[in-house]
Design a protein around this ligand. Sequence first.
Ligand code: FPP
Length: 241
Amino acid sequence: MNDNKLPIHVGIIMDGNGRWAKKRGFSRSIGHKMGAQNLKKLLKHIYKKNIKIVSIYAFSTENFKRDKKEVEYLMDLSIKFFTDELKTFMKENIKVLFSGRRDNLRFDVVQAMNELEENTKNNNNGILNICFNYGGRLEIIDAIKKIVMKVNDNDITIDDINENLVSENMYQDLPPLDFVIRTSGELRISNFMIWESSYAEYYFPNILFPDFNAKEFDIAIEEFQKRNRRFGGITNENESN
Ligand code: FPP
């Protein structure tokens, strides 16, 4: 039986901003702007439902391959989002974390990220993990480097390396993803939190991100609640397969 459990940790791959804009004869930038507006409303709704941890794919390492103008627009929009939303995150008591590499980002972007992280670090009603300049394989490589350094420093031995240790050395010490939503109808995960989503349920609505509103999110949660999660073991619904 479905026990109406809510996911603890939800991931969202916010895809389809460009197509949303193109369909309306607007520039791709307008699509991103509408995506950011939608994200604000959506996050409010999600935390109100008592879902505690949200990870969003805001900018992948691969997104740097886009047209320079689009990348610059996304950087400016991100600074605006990180700065403007501080008030909301404080009011809603949400701690913001960033996952990804910062070394090749613009200084003003890193500054806005640091400020948001620092100002919200004591908030404890929910977590927003923003994957920014993020790649899932790169995160695993970075974890391997940290672990190799610990072995070299004799802090641990090779025999200490297990799944828990790898998880602890990922960018964040968060519970695994329970549910990953990718909007726009694309059936890929595109290097999003591949370690953390190994047992997640996936959901691929055919809706472009600016249109993925509170009602659509509730439909997604209903779908999650219908899934029978086995984690590689037998079903918890008394079936015998
Ligand atoms: C993918 O759509 C979306 C992105 C690469 C950017 C996501 C950014 C936002 C939703 C704005 C909020 C930003 C922050 C920093 C919180 P796409 O451009 O690939 O769309 P397409 O597949 O239709 O071209």
